[in-house]
Structure formats: C-alpha cells, structure tokens
Design a protein around this ligand. Structure first.
Ligand SMILES: [Zn+2]
Length: 652
C-alpha cells in the first residue's frame, strides 16, 4: 500500500474500538466489563499506568459503553450515532480535556457550569480528563466540589501516569484501575496482526527489537513500527535493519561489551563504545543497557533463572540463564555495582563517551576475585587471632596458591551466541583451589563489591596517619604517707563483668564490653570487684562508678572522687542505696561506706578509674592487633597489590 501524504499512522488507524480488540490489560478489561454488565457504574473512574498502555483508548471504549443508544453494556453497538460520535470525537456530551493544558481553576469552573446542564443526546454527560495530576490544587478543589455531590447525569474518567500526585480526597471518590506495561509477547502479537492487515512485514527479530524499545507501551510500539516501515521498507526488515532504523543500541553490542568486561578485555569493550559513538547513540543508554544485561545475569545466577524477573523472549531467557551458570555471582554483582555507579555521572558528563570508557576500564581492571578471597581469608584469621583463638598461620604454599589462583569467572561464553559476534574463547579455567582449611570459618565475609575491609589504603604518597598512642596520662604514684589504712598495691586485675540482662534497654546502648577479658591495670582489685558487683544489678549506676578514682580507704570509708562533676552529682544521692551497700560489704568488708570527696587539689591520684583502665587496655590490644596484621604475609601481599600502607585495622 502506498505510504503517502494521506497515510494514517498505525497507532490511530488500529486503535481498538471495543473491549474485544484490546491487547493485554486483561484484568482491567475484565473488571470493567463485569461492572458494566452488572449495572454497577461508578461516578468517577481513574485509569493509571505508564504512557501508551491503553488508558485513553479504554476511556473512549468505556464512553461508548455508557452512551450507546442500545443501553449501557460491555458491548456497545459501535454503529449508532452516539457510538460513532464518540469514535469520531464529535459527540458534545463526551468532553475530552487535557489536564496538562487546562489545569486552572477557571477552566474547572467552566466544567462545573457545563456539568449543570442536562446532556443533549446521550443519557449522561461524560468528562474524560487526561493527565489529571497536572491540575492545580485550586482546580482539584473545584473538581472535588462536583465529585462530592455529582449530578446523576455526570460521569468522569480520569487518566494519569502519576496517581501519587492526585489528592486523596479525589482518589477516594474514584473507582481505580491500574494498567500494566504490556509484555513483549503481547506487543509482538498485536504488531503481527496490524502488519498483516496492512499487508506489510517486519521480521520476527525486528518485531522483538521494536517490542523491547517500546518498553510496554502499545502506542509507542506502533509508532516505532511506522518508523521502521518508512526507513527500512515493508518487506520484512531484519533485526539489524530495525536497530539501524530506530537508532537504538544493538542488543549484540551490549552482550559483546558485557562479555568483554567479564573477561577483562578492555580493547573489545572500548570498541563497542567506539561503534556506538560513531552511530550517534546515547552513551548513557549504552551504559544503562550494559547494566541491565548484568542485572539479568545477576538475577539468573542468584535464583537459577531470570524467567519471571524480566520481560524477555524465550531465546534471550535461555541464553542468559545458561551464561549465568558459568559465571561467579560475586563478580557479577561487583560489575553491576560499577556499571550502576557510572550511569548518573555519564548523564551529567561533558564528554559522556569518556565517562563510559572510564567505567568500562574500571570494570575490566577490577582485581581478580581470587586475590580478594585470599585477603578476606586473612581477615577472618586475624579476627580469630584477635579474639584469642589459636589459628595456625597460612603456610607459604597456601599464600602462593592463593596468589596464583586464576579468575574464577573466566568461563567460556554461552554457545547460544551467534558465532560472528561471540568473543574469542578463553582457555577453560582450572577448578579453583580449595582455600579454606577451617570449615567453621563463615563462608562469605567479602561480598565482592567493596575493597577489602581490613585496610584503608591511601596512595603511597599520602602522609601516614599518626597511630593512636593511648598514652597513659597519670601513672599510679606511690601511696601517700597519711594513708591510715593502706590499700593493697595497685595490682593487675581482670575485668570480668557479665552483661546485666535486667539493665534498662535505653541505657544499654554500648553493646557488649569490647574490653571484656582484657587486664585492667592500675585499678584496685577490691574496688573493681565492687564496681563489677554493682554492674551486675544496676548497670546505669556502674557506668558512673566506672569513672570513680579511689583516693583511699579510711575507717571503713571508701573515699572516691570523680574528675567530672557530672558523675559525682549522679551518684551522690545513691551512696546509701542497698545495691551499693551490698557490693561494698562484699568487696571491702562489713560496714564499709562510699564517700564521695572533691578532687584533691594536689592531684595525688592513687588509682585510675575503671573507664581509664579499660581505654588503656583497648589501645594496647589495638596496637598489638595492628602489629600482627601488618606483619601477616597475606596482608603484606595486599599492601603490595594495592600500592599503599595499612592505615587502620578494624575489629568487626
Ligand atoms: Zn451504540
């Protein structure tokens, strides 16, 4: 057929005229038909869904159902003057309003005016308001007035792509229908019907390209088909020709780029960018398409199949599922993360091509997962050591094997790929060497997305950060001579404070004591026993006592002072509490009293507080941990690998 000046675009020419013609949206159509046939017709309908999924089309069909001279039903005759009037847009009782351009309150008042009059020909007056979310808030208020007491002859059909922008007062007065994006197969099926009626053809592969590009919208799909027929002819354009005609990114280029980054082939990855650039393709879309392909692979790898998680053809589903089985999930999620991180910067970049190239180079140059596994292994062992568990060190052979381990992702690509576009087949990977000698070690510490946790590795030129020294501020001095009842010398004591289960939850925010089990030097053993017993029954009180410094014991008085007034005030009211009394009796002997004294002027500090001792012990343990970490062979290897230094060692 000649496609000349009088040509009517497919989307308009083949707009469905009855419910039976509508492709997809079975749920919406079914509910509407049942409501119409049962005579349950609302005053206001709300159709929601993304663009081109059939909202306006169904609104017009519904209008026919409501005005048809044959009566209200789900099957309007389509031939009476009223049905034809709706189809041609000439029936004055059906008013179509574009909310985007008629959004002022005056225009809604006009509508109020019009709504007051009886319909001229039909049994009701019908207002179809498209993009209703664009109305101003005063216009919504005017609309609400009509909806609150709708004249019996007035009905509304609202359509919107953004229902969340519609006031709840309006929403609650509408019968709502949510339209879905159309599956690719539905779009392909409908396109085939239309093309057959037009006596033209596009190849099946070409139709799939169109359906994918339409992203679930039938109107877009028909417009794209128009475009293809104009540019690539009517004799069955191939997928390549359709891709070319629509100026969209070739699926196989995307797969090629993904395969290239998986095997770290920067040359091939950049060649894809170059080709896309030469064709004038949007670079952000290219990266988004690469991310989407990686996402499908991730899902297939994690769940066994991407079926049900992506709208793809059977051929695509099989290809992705098969390929995902050959790949490593951790490596895939890491690649997906890198791709996603690059999309926004690419959209903003002055030179988007450079931005995409940088992202792909980063993906190609990621450190092999084998090394990452070895490092995470080392971290697990260090943690075990820090907790005092006996862990045999990695043998030199194990370290060497970890370093020599090949990338576990270097599996051959799926055979489903067309040979002409398939990347060269790398040699098959040997089975990965077993790394774990300890079966009790949790299997996944390192999730593959982040650099190793153990060290923040600055560039080699960055100045080294000073290590926390934890320098003791006040060493215990000799006992003052006026001490009538000499206390025991400040002997090393061990904090063994059990968690108090009855402690109030809001006070217990510091979690388990990180210093538990560490020697607390400089704290009087009896005083520590006293604080520990208080902690067992009253944690908040013990938190204040932690800051107490024992001055002396004298005639049954246990004299303490607090460097900070805050703690002294908090405890002064509680010195006679049974909790304190009992603990004093147990630690210092029957009848001992707690006496809070002002800090001595001459700063004759006999003992450190529990809190100070704990801080010191932690600093000491941290120093030991760092020393151990830095000298560990695998960490030394990590430092060499990343070209930095160990700046901080963290407990997890
Ligand atoms: Zn009719």
């Amino acid at each position: 057929m000649p496609r000349g000046v009088s040509y009517q675009v497919l989307a308009r020419k083949y707009r469905p005229q009855s419910f039976a013609d509508v492709a997809g949206q079975e749920a919406v159509v079914g509910t509407l038909m049942r409501a119409l046939d049962a005579g349950r017709v609302a005053h206001a309908f709300l159709f929601t869904g993304s663009r081109g999924v059939g909202k306006t089309t169904l609104a017009r069909i519904l209008a026919k159902c409501l005005v048809c001279a044959q009566g209200v039903s789900s099957k309007p005759c389509g031939t009476c003057t009223l049905c034809l009037g709706v189809a041609q847009g000439t029936l004055t009782d059906v008013v179509e309003i574009d909310g985007a351009s008629n959004n002022s309150v005056e225009q809604v008042r006009d509508l109020q005016e019009v709504a007051r009059f009886q319909p001229q020909l039909a049994r009701c007056k019908l207002f179809i308001i498209d993009e209703v979310h664009m109305l101003s808030s005063s216009a919504f208020n005017a609309l609400l007035k009509i909806l609150e007491e709708p004249p019996p002859h007035v009905k509304f059909i609202f359509a919107t792509t953004e229902p969340h922008k519609i006031p709840v007062t309006i929403l609650s007065r509408c019968q709502r229908y949510d339209f879905k994006r159309l599956p690719q197969q539905v779009i392909v099926g409908r396109l085939k019907q239309v093309l057959a009626l037009e006596q033209v053809a596009i190849s099946d592969g070409g139709l799939e390209v169109i359906a994918r590009a339409a992203e679930g919208g039938m109107r877009d799909a028909l417009s794209l088909a128009d475009q293809v027929l104009s540019f690539a002819g009517t004799a069955g354009a191939t997928a390549e020709q359709v891709t070319e005609a629509l100026g969209i990114i070739d699926r196989r280029s995307v797969v090629r780029a993904v395969e290239a980054v998986i095997r770290g082939d920067a040359k091939d990855a950049l060649a894809v960018v170059d080709a896309a650039w030469a064709r004038g393709h949007d670079q952000r879309q290219l990266l988004a398409a690469i991310a989407e392909e990686l996402r499908h692979l991730c899902v297939a790898n994690a769940t066994g199949s991407v079926r049900g998680f992506a709208d793809l053809t059977d051929e695509e589903l099989s290809r992705i599922d098969a390929r995902a089985r050959q790949l490593d999930g951790k490596d895939l999620t890491r690649l997906l993360g890198l791709a996603l991180d690059g999309i926004d910067p690419t959209a903003r970049a002055e030179d988007p091509r450079l931005s995409v190239e940088l992202v792909l180079l980063r993906m190609c140059g990621r450190p092999p997962l084998g090394d990452a596994l070895a490092i995470s292994e080392a971290i697990l062992r260090l943690e075990a050591l820090a907790k005092g568990k006996a862990v045999p060190p990695l043998s030199e052979a194990e370290v060497a094997r970890a370093a020599a381990q090949p990338r576990v992702v270097a599996a051959p690509p799926a055979p489903a790929l067309t040979p002409s576009t398939a990347p060269p087949v790398p040699p098959p990977a040997p089975p990965p060497a077993p790394l774990r000698s300890d079966p009790t070690v949790p299997p996944t510490l390192f999730d593959g997305e982040d650099p190793p946790v153990i060290a923040e590795v600055p560039s080699a030129t960055a100045p080294p950060a000073p290590h926390a020294e934890g320098e003791p501020e006040d060493e215990p001095e000799d006992m003052p001579e006026d001490n009538a009842a000499p206390v025991a010398a400040a002997a090393p004591a061990t904090a063994a404070r059990p968690a108090a289960p009855e402690a109030p939850a809001e006070e217990d925010e510091e979690g388990p004591d990180p210093a538990a089990g560490l020697p607390l030097e400089g704290v009087d053993a009896r005083f520590l026993a006293f604080v520990d017993q208080v902690a067992r029954s009253h944690r908040p009180m013990a938190m204040h006592l932690d800051h107490a410094r024992l001055l002396r014991t004298h005639d049954g008085a246990v004299e303490v002072f607090f460097p900070r007034e805050l703690h002294a005030r908090a405890l002064s009211a509680a010195v006679d509490a049974p909790v304190i009394k009992d603990a004093l009796d147990a630690a210092f002997g029957k009848g001992a009293r707690l006496v809070i004294v002002p800090p001595p002027a001459e700063s004759s500090q006999v003992h450190v507080s529990v809190a100070e001792a704990r801080e010191r012990a932690l600093a000491e343990a941290q120093r030991a941990l760092e020393q151990h970490a830095k000298s560990h062979p695998v960490v030394e290897k990590a430092v060499a690998l990343f070209g930095g230094e160990v700046r901080q060692v963290k407990r997890r």
